[in-house]
Design a protein around this ligand. Structure first.
Ligand code: PMP
Length: 395
């Protein structure tokens, strides 16, 4: 039995099969490289799905986490440690407005807090988007606009209307003065890196402002440098009332952050919400190392440049299976002319490249933000054969 076979047999016996897909046993990494249990090396263009923002084993993260766990690994909510305070101050300063931060442990929890803030407006109706993904806990799942993920879990909380994504007029028609919040992703990640038309976020801001509705931007996937900006909404000049963050914020350690501005910042009353691990000093120390590294290595600018190089490079291959490349920065979707994304994912894995079939006709790329020219060139060298392979293995 190989190492991969052995670990596969063990996980199938011990872990719930909730994802229902084959899972590659991965045992270690370095930068943008990963190794499986058979010792095979992969170029990681998925980054734990936009989580491993600095790759694996970045010295700044290793140092920050080691020092913090040695000094103070956890305090209960009866006390306060310095790292969450510093991180909250830093996150607010990236936005530039006054506000407050609630820390949790995942993207779904960051959305749950936003859901509760919405409820505390005294309004019940909420508007989200078809195809949108906000997590799998019950409140977040109610906002998620993917019926297949909701199946079996009804009734879900809330009075949620799902409108087509990117359609400002549909949004205008759905939002009233009884609507507590509108939640949107600046780019729909799980739904295949769907980029809305120019002006959509600004229209959402105008519509919500006119009705006194909170605008919640779910930046769990797009935030913290992924698109070449701290927050993707900054590229549009849009200021939301609430921003949700997780994924890439702490370079792989569990964290969720809900940033609230203006009146939204004061809605959660004392005792209104909480989490034992939220604001964990070690996760916050990792996040501070991420923010420091993005700044010291000029990663926002680099992500814009690397993303453009990658996007142009894929398009310029002129491969007949590629209909287009969309996204921003290092969150990119290769749109295929046929629904062969699962075949591309499989062929890529065989060739030592990790990518993801987000939806049947879109291959999602979310590599670590630290990748450079060498990784992009390596990816572009292998991709044509991968696409050929996927095409020939089509059913
Ligand atoms: N919101 C968005 C936009 C996401 O992409 C995700 C995760 N894919 C979530 C929320 C949920 O995050 P988590 O899996 O950490 O709960």
């Amino acid at each position: 039995m190989t190492g991969n076979e052995a670990l596969t047999a063990r996980w199938q016996g011990a872990l719930m099969n909730n994802y229902g897909t084959p899972r590659l046993p991965v045992v270690r990494g370095a930068g943008a490289r990963l190794w499986d249990a058979d010792g095979k090396e992969y170029l990681d263009f998925l980054g734990g799905i936009a989580v491993n923002s600095l790759g694996t084993g970045h010295p700044a993260v290793v140092r920050a986490v080691s020092e913090q766990i040695a000094r103070l690994g956890h305090v209960s909510n009866l006390f306060v440690a310095e790292p969450p305070v510093t991180l909250a101050e830093r996150l607010l300063s990236l936005d530039g407005r006054q506000g407050r931060v609630y820390f949790s442990n995942s993207g779904a929890e960051s959305v749950e807090a936003a859901f509760k803030i919405g409820r505390l407006t005294g309004r019940r109706h909420m508007v989200a988007t078809q195809g949108g993904f906000h997590g799998r806990t019950m409140g977040a799942l109610a906002l998620t606009g993917q019926p297949a993920k909701q199946r079996g879990f009804q009734p879900l909380p809330g009075e949620v209307t799902h409108v087509p994504y990117g359609d400002a007029e549909a949004l205008r028609a759905a939002v009233t003065t009884d609507t507590a919040l509108v939640i949107l992703e600046p780019i729909q990640g799980e739904n295949g890196v769907v980029v809305p038309p120019e002006g959509y976020l600004a229209a959402a801001r105008e519509i919500t402002r006119a009705t006194g509705t909170l605008l919640v931007l779910d930046e769990v996937q797009t935030g913290i440098g992924r698109t070449g900006h701290w927050f993707a909404c900054q590229a549009q000049g849009v200021e939301p009332d609430v921003v949700t963050l997780a994924k890439g914020l702490a370079a792989g350690l569990p964290i969720g952050a809900t940033l609230a501005f203006g009146e939204a910042a004061d809605l959660l009353a004392p005792g209104g919400h909480g989490s034992t691990f939220g604001g964990n000093p070690v996760s916050c120390a990792a996040a501070l190392a991420v923010l420091d590294t993005i700044e010291s290595e000029g990663l926002l600018q680099r992500v814009k440049e690397t993303g453009e190089r990658l996007r142009d490079g894929i398009w310029n291959l002129g491969h007949p299976l590629v209909e287009g490349v969309r996204g921003a920065g290092l969150l990119l979707g290769i749109v295929l002319t046929e629904p062969l994304a699962p075949q591309v994912q499989r062929a890529a894995q065989d060739a030592g490249l990790l990518v993801n079939a987000a939806v049947p006709d879109v291959v999602r790329l979310a590599p670590p933000l630290i990748i450079g020219e060498a990784e992009v060139e390596a990816f572009l060298r292998v991709l044509p054969a991968v696409l050929d392979d996927a095409d020939s293995s089509a059913p």
